[in-house]
Design a protein. Structure first.
Length: 397
């Protein structure tokens, strides 16, 4: 067989601080409001994708986390179709460099996450961002790609950039102006630190795609939010990020998370993503901030019970102590704190008293410590390819 053309890339997870919830067009994935997120560092959370093309491949195929999946999935098909369309356009525009890239060749795709999907950490955003970025490299497509990633999963468009990223909802019916833009790069706010508190989940929550459909159909609070709340919040959030104004950033983040979960409760039948552990984390953050008389810590929750905490480096060790105090970890389990190291600190007795909440043993299975990070990257080392020179997965994980 011909040697395949192989490219491997990685892409990050992002966490929204102004949430996307609701589509105005299901097929193109056009949202009812703009949103803003922080891209998380790939050292802790990333998807790696290898794409190979060869004249010898009989059909397009995909393997996700070691298992072959259905390539006919409509959202996968949208991404493949759009990349091939752009590649064809570039060639017909006269880019001769592309002549060697077989546009008619089939692709083999292999993708893995460096974190468990079960951790509920928006793997579809990193997954589709990585797929689109890697396909674009293979087919020699450049330029605006977030519109294509958006058609895989809405939040994926924001994973196409590092740092602080807005997804502008756009006005057009064809979606061409519904795209992601970097607000500030990851280097802008190095003191900002992030903790993912992975709650021990009892059950799989309602998926975002179907959850937001029901919300659009039934929640009038969601309509009000999209029309009258988010536009102003986007302006204020961008300003807070630009000025590195932590209290403003933190307050909008918490209020927006709370309103998103309120629209879930306003959905009929209602959707509950927050668990008793999530509610405990919310109380802890507010009591902690009240004790100091300033907003030092904030939380946000997506479509699941895990809390994502933002704080500044200087407050991180003590707050983490407070988390461990409230959620005593299993002693026999693995490491409780994973990712970036955190200095130890003592929790003042007075603060412990001020928090005053009941402890919840094993409520949190582990804490992932991370920060803002860069967008998708190409992996140069061929040893890292997930597909071998025969175009098939090197190992089934
Ligand atoms: C709560 O992007 O997963 O995480 O577009 O249907 O694939 P689809 O939904 P998805 O929704 C994410 C919802 C959220 C908020 C956010 O990331 O903005």
């Amino acid at each position: 067989m011909d040697n395949p053309n192989i490219v491997t890339c990685t892409a990050p997870v992002n966490i929204a601080v102004v949430k996307y919830w609701g589509k105005r067009n299901e097929e193109l994935i056009l949202p009812i409001n703009s949103s803003l997120s922080v891209t998380l560092h790939q050292d802790q959370l990333k998807t790696t994708t290898t794409v190979a093309t060869s004249r010898s491949f009989q059909e397009d195929r995909i393997w996700l986390n070691g298992k072959e999946e259905d390539i006919t999935h409509p959202r996968l098909q949208s991404c493949l179709r759009e990349i091939r369309r752009l590649a064809r356009k570039r060639r017909s525009d006269g880019d001769t460099e592309l002549d060697s890239i077989g546009l008619s060749h089939k692709v083999h795709i292999c993708s893995v996450n460096n974190f468990p999907t079960a951790a509920g950490l928006a793997s579809s955003a990193a997954g589709f961002a990585c797929l689109v970025y890697t396909l674009a490299k293979v087919f020699g497509v450049e330029g605006e790609l977030s519109c294509i990633a958006r058609q895989g999963s809405g939040s994926a468009c924001r994973s196409m950039y590092g740092g602080f990223v807005q997804w502008i909802m756009g006005q057009r019916d064809d979606g061409k102006d519904s795209l992601a833009q970097q607000v500030e790069p990851e280097s802008h706010w190095p003191e900002l630190r992030i903790l993912v508190l992975v709650a021990s989940a009892e059950k799989k929550p309602v998926g975002s795609t179907s959850g937001m459909q029901t919300s659009v159909q039934t929640s009038c609070l969601l309509k009000h939010r999209a029309k009258s709340v988010v536009p102003d919040r986007m302006v204020k959030m961008i300003e807070a990020v630009r000025k590195k104004d932590f209290p403003a950033f933190a307050e909008i983040t918490m209020k927006d998370s709370n309103q998103f979960h309120a629209t879930c409760l306003d959905t009929y039948p209602p959707i509950f993503y927050l668990s008793s552990v999530s509610q405990h984390v919310i109380s802890l953050v507010h009591r902690y901030n009240k004790y100091y008389g300033e907003t030092r810590v904030s939380y946000t929750f997506d479509a699941g019970p895990n809390a994502v905490i933002f704080t500044l480096e200087q407050h991180l060790p003590e707050f983490l102590q407070a988390v461990q105090h409230l959620f005593p970890p299993k002693t026999n389990g693995g490491k409780f704190i994973k990712g970036l190291p955190v200095n130890s600190a003592v929790l003042p007795e007075e603060l412990k008293k001020a928090i005053g909440l009941e402890t919840m043993s094993n409520g949190i299975s582990y804490v992932l410590s991370t920060k803002a990070g860069p967008g998708p990257c190409v992996v140069k080392d061929p040893a890292q390819h997930l597909l071998g020179s025969d175009g098939f997965p090197k190992e089934m994980l």
